[in-house]
Design a protein around this ligand. Sequence first.
Ligand code: NAD
Length: 264
Amino acid sequence: KGNLMQGKRGLIMGLANNHSIAWGISRACALQGAELVFTYQGDALKKRVAPLAESLGSTYLLPCDVSKDEDISNVFEDIAQKWGKLDFVVHAIGWADKQYLRGRYVDTPREAFLTAMDISCYSFTAVAKEAARLMPDGGSLLTLTYLGSERVMPHYNVMGVAKAALEASVQYMAADLGPDNIRVNAVSAGPIKTLAASGIGDFRYILKWNQLNSPLQRNVTIDEVGGAGLYFLSDLSRGVTGEIHHVDCGYHLVGMKNPDAPDI
Ligand code: NAD
């Protein structure tokens, strides 16, 4: 416990359950004194999100499907009324039809491409625009990305393309919002077994491959991503914006299979 986030209020988008990356970040921030509001996608998830939020001292929950402009504006209207301002936002949302998270990227139909881009990239832009209006003294916006944006990963396909767009949007928004002292960053997390990851073909193989070949020879945890999240959302990183920060046990630097690793 500490007080790095004392007096700060933040919005967490993308909490589904206690395996979510958003949960690791929420916990890290709450332990440092942050006050949190959570969005949930649909009533089915509300039942899971409510007890988690409550365990961090929050009963403030709002519905939001980020494919709907109205849902996004309702969230920020509610926060404007209840809190007046906001210090940080976590966007831990991504989605693509799992039918296309296997096989060849080149076979992605237009509709699946546009939906993946809309939910996984544009939503952060839409959220950032609304959030900035509630940050008169500055703030910090954080999203989550994956190495599949920079290199070809089996089955990641259209999500890799959407993450590349998301990372470019982090940089453009960092430039747009910098003059208002609003920082925009992304954590590029290593593979973690979550609901979203279960849609990716051969995910268990990807986890094992990363474990055997990353410099730290293991996979990251949501608490480790939470620690990096805390850094970006707190004043510790007040001089940092437009960064794509890898929290992946070092896997991003690896050029070849570890020759000592067993075959899988
Ligand atoms: P998760 O399933 O716990 O979270 C994904 C969240 O996205 C869920 O809460 C879901 O409700 C939300 N979501 C999807 N479509 C939505 C919509 N239309 N409106 C509102 N919310 C919507 O999985 P996670 O792995 O914690 O994913 C969080 C973020 O981390 C995603 O952007 C994901 O791409 C990214 N990420 C995950 C990994 C990994 O290996 N798990 C690695 C790097 C990056």
